[in-house]
Design a binder for this molecule. Structure first.
Ligand code: HEM
Length: 224
């Protein structure tokens, strides 16, 4: 146990935890995007999918995954803030000259800000859907889970908010994916360009995939 605590007391250890939770959260996003794609198959397909998750024996597994998910988000955010604070403290401020590593990108220097926007998004998102599906009073009017999603995305404020948030998700993942590999020590002349490319593809597919739902339901959905 001692070695474990020691490892996670060092800065690298903290980053390691952030990298591992980051991979786990990306895996969750891939599964979540797949699940949301039932929205394109229509009301019954999506409602049956949500029913399958929440009202069959699978619900026990889902509850365990939810706890792991909350812990994953919590560790990721906690270590991100600690790391950002450490880097801030380590920055020389003596001469009021902004010292910026020329190799670092704007996105990599501003991960904390994209993270903050994604965090605000997550709170609003859980209120919109997770809470509404379980406890929302709109259900008393006979609205189904599918209707809740459609109604949310037909509101221009939410439509724009979701799409803008997905731009920040793209920026966050764009740097985060390759950074996690570096933290794990996977830095190779031959493989790193592929990892960078693959990270960009994942960032694009996830953020464009998620952004496609508000865009579709706002601009193209004819009702069914
Ligand atoms: C814009 C496209 C998105 C749509 C249409 C969408 C849809 C949904 C829906 C319908 C639920 C409720 C599921 C249920 O209670 O059965 C949900 C839950 C959730 N969403 Fe999203 N989501 C989107 C993007 C995201 C993104 C980008 C994130 C992460 C940054 C995210 C994180 C979550 C989390 C953590 C939950 C709770 C999961 C659970 O309780 O099992 N979602 N989402």
């Amino acid at each position: 146990m001692g070695w474990f605590l020691k490892t996670f007391n060092y800065s690298v250890g903290k980053k390691l935890l952030m990298a591992l939770t980051g991979f786990f959260l990306i895996l969750f996003l891939c599964i979540h995007l797949f699940g949301n794609s039932f929205l394109y198959l229509g009301r019954d397909a999506f409602n049956n999918y949500v029913h399958f998750l929440n009202e069959t024996d699978l619900v026990y597994i889902i509850r365990v995954i939810e706890i792991i998910l909350v812990l994953g988000f919590a560790f990721h955010i906690w270590d991100g803030i600690r790391l950002w604070w450490q880097n801030r403290k380590a920055r020389p401020v003596k001469y009021f000259v902004k010292t910026v590593d020329p190799k670092s990108t704007w996105t990599s220097r501003n991960m904390i800000y994209s993270a903050l926007i994604i965090f605000v998004f997550l709170i609003i998102h859980l209120r919109n859907f997770w809470y509404e599906f379980k406890y929302g009073s709109i259900k008393e009017t006979g609205a189904t889970d599918y209707d809740i999603v459609v109604k949310t995305f037909q509101d221009p404020v939410y439509m724009i908010f979701y799409v803008v948030a997905m731009v920040f998700l793209f920026l966050h993942l764009h740097h985060g994916f390759q950074s996690a590999f570096q933290t794990l020590g996977i830095n190779h002349k031959k493989y790193t360009p592929f990892i960078v490319w693959f990270g960009r593809v994942i960032a694009f597919v996830l953020s464009a995939g998620f952004a496609s739902f508000p865009i579709y339901f706002f601009f193209f959905y004819g009702g069914n």
